[in-house]
Design a protein. Structure first.
Length: 66
């Protein structure tokens, strides 16, 4: 299963690393001012996307004995 790409509504596309951690991009959002919102549920604007390789600690630095 770890070799199969994952895609779920909460974390999006990713993979499962050898230690079982789901690797996926992380997102930096900013809350919009009321005058920036275009309608209901339009509260956030995406500022940047951080690739999974940069967002998570490298496998060798985890310290998990499994």
């Amino acid at each position: 299963m770890k070799s199969i790409p994952t895609d779920d509504p909460l974390f999006g596309k990713g993979t499962i690393r050898q230690d079982g951690r789901k690797m996926h991009p992380m997102y930096l959002f900013e809350v919009k001012r009321p005058d920036e919102s275009k309608g209901p549920w339009d509260y956030y604007k995406l500022l940047s996307t951080i690739p999974a390789e940069q967002a998570f600690r490298p496998l060798g630095e985890g310290g998990c004995k499994l």
